[in-house]
Design a protein around this ligand. Structure first.
Ligand SMILES: [Zn+2]
Length: 249
């Protein structure tokens, strides 16, 4: 099929434009190269933990924002001030990268991990709800607060861990209620109770949380485009992408 293939950037804009219809998506899916681009877009969204294609390019630009934040501002206080006051840093990709790095540093360097999680939380709370979906922002805040609580717990600061756990729970309730985030907070709650010496309570609470979790609907998070494509009657795209992926493997 002869046409100008999409790039992840042009496809992200196209999918969110008014001219996009399910029949045009069906036609686009006939092209193997464009399906490959769609798969890339889907992987970017999974890494960013967001569902809207329009946000996907932030996966490709997020290191620029991170480098700028760390090269232009020397201390943690300056960086915290920069993400609080400079709109350029109100970027989903940056918040998600800060969180990823906080998680990687957790075991090796808890002070740095804590600072990265603080920056991530500040960035996430200032994201524009008119551009990024509010309940997905709440999820990101929940994950950042959970990350802070986990670091505090590792450092033995139980008061701080408890406080951040409460924030994480509040954000989670305002979010999408995806089970991965609920489970992370339930586990954290149990670990904090256990660290306080309340082992039986920790176990009871964890079991109760897990039973509640089973009652709730869990969507497939392996492909966040599902959330987006839910609005279209496009049935075959998942099978097509799966088929391409199997062939490539
Ligand atoms: Zn194409």
């Amino acid at each position: 099929m002869r046409h100008q293939h999409y790039t992840p950037f042009s496809l992200s804009t196209y999918l969110c434009s008014e001219e996009c219809t399910s029949s045009l998506i069906d036609r686009m899916l006939l092209c193997r190269e464009c399906r490959r681009v769609l798969r890339t877009l889907s992987q970017w969204l999974v890494s960013l933990d967001h569902f809207e294609p329009l946000v996907a390019p932030e996966f490709a630009t997020r290191h620029e924002f991170f480098n700028r934040l760390f090269f232009e501002h020397e201390t943690h206080a300056e960086r915290l001030d920069a993400v609080s006051t400079d709109e350029i840093y109100q970027h989903w990709g940056l918040a998600s990268l800060l969180l990823e790095k906080a998680s990687h540093m957790k075991l090796a360097d808890s002070d740095s991990s804590r600072e990265l999680a603080e920056l991530a939380l500040k960035t996430a709370t200032l994201l524009d709800p008119a551009f990024y979906h509010p309940s997905w922002i709440a999820d990101l805040c929940a994950k950042a607060a959970a990350s802070l609580a986990e670091t505090s717990l590792a450092m033995g600061d139980l008061d701080d861990a408890r406080e951040n756990l409460l924030h994480a729970s509040d954000w989670q309730l305002a979010g999408t209620h995806r089970s991965r985030i609920r489970r992370r907070i339930a586990t954290l709650r149990a670990r904090i109770l256990r660290a306080q010496g309340w082992t039986d309570e920790a176990l009871d609470r964890l079991l109760r949380d897990l039973v509640e979790d089973e009652d709730k609907d869990g969507r497939d998070e392996g492909n966040l485009l599902l959330w987006f494509f839910g609005q279209w009657e496009v049935n075959d795209w998942q099978d097509l992408l799966q088929h391409d992926g199997n062939e490539a493997a």
